[in-house]
Design a protein around this ligand. Structure first.
Ligand code: CA
Ligand code: CA
Length: 248
């Protein structure tokens, strides 16, 4: 039958594709997931964009990496730190930046087009279908959402009681001069996660990743805590999140 071999060929290709789809996540899962051990905040943290309180000294700094060499934006350093207490998860970012640019001003605007830092939190790592996203620009504007199936950012979900501030060492949106950088502090109340998980206790493990979008089109660059191993910039790979382990 003339069509027979073609049909067999197509089925064969389909089988190979299915095998690749099945094996892909398994192969990725073999790479050890990085682990961030988050310490308790020993003292009060004032959310003013400057992570200079004594408590921050106890937080382990991590530097974001640049997974996508094809991007043309400058490779500017970002250092992130996390802490927790009974009420909040605290995250700070320190961003070296020679040109601070951020246009969006309203909640849930697409802040990822600005100079922005991001965190993705999965409080129930046994599943990867849904997680929380916060994308915060240099003006301290929050785009928060529930990410469903790595495809649908349900932005009408609004977190309650988030405290967020930035501090700029430079001039916002003035393109002719040279800036030094900006920093951000955010405090996220645990109540926002209560439909998916209890408040963490010592030993609890969530998963998460962090990212930064930097630069102005056409020269932009995304940096990440954990490389999501994607051909193009895409942080929405919850199977590639690292561990967030809460310490006493
Ligand atoms: Ca502070
Ligand atoms: Ca929202």
């Amino acid at each position: 039958m003339p069509g027979g071999s073609m049909a067999w060929f197509e089925v064969g290709v389909m089988r190979i594709s299915v095998i690749c789809l099945l094996l892909g996540p398994a192969l990725l899962a073999q790479a050890p997931a990085p682990r961030y051990e988050v310490n308790r905040a020993a003292g009060r943290i004032v959310i003013d964009g400057k992570p200079d309180e004594k408590a921050w000294a106890a937080a382990t700094p991590v530097e974001l990496i640049f997974p996508w060499e094809a991007q043309t934006g400058a490779k500017q350093k970002t250092t992130a730190r996390l802490l927790w207490d009974d009420d909040f998860l605290y995250v700070s970012y320190e961003c070296a930046d020679t040109d601070i640019v951020a246009q969006f001003t309203e909640r849930d605007d697409p802040t990822y087009r600005d100079d922005t830092v991001e965190i993705f939190l999965n409080p129930r790592p046994a599943q990867t279908g849904i997680y929380y996203g916060l994308e915060m620009n240099a003006r301290a504007v929050l785009y928060d959402y529930l990410m469903y199936d790595s495809r649908y950012a349900l932005k009408r979900f609004n977190m309650q009681g988030v405290q967020l501030a930035t501090f700029l060492r430079g001039t916002l949106n003035a393109r002719g001069d040279e800036d030094t950088g900006w920093s951000l502090e955010v405090a996220i109340p645990w109540v926002n996660f209560e439909e998916m998980a209890r408040r963490p206790e010592a030993g609890t493990a969530w998963t998460f990743n962090m990212a930064r979008w930097d630069g102005v089109e056409p020269n932009r660059r995304m940096s990440m805590w954990v490389d999501p191993q994607q051909p193009r910039a895409n942080p929405h790979v919850p199977a590639r999140f690292g561990q967030l382990v809460f310490l006493k």
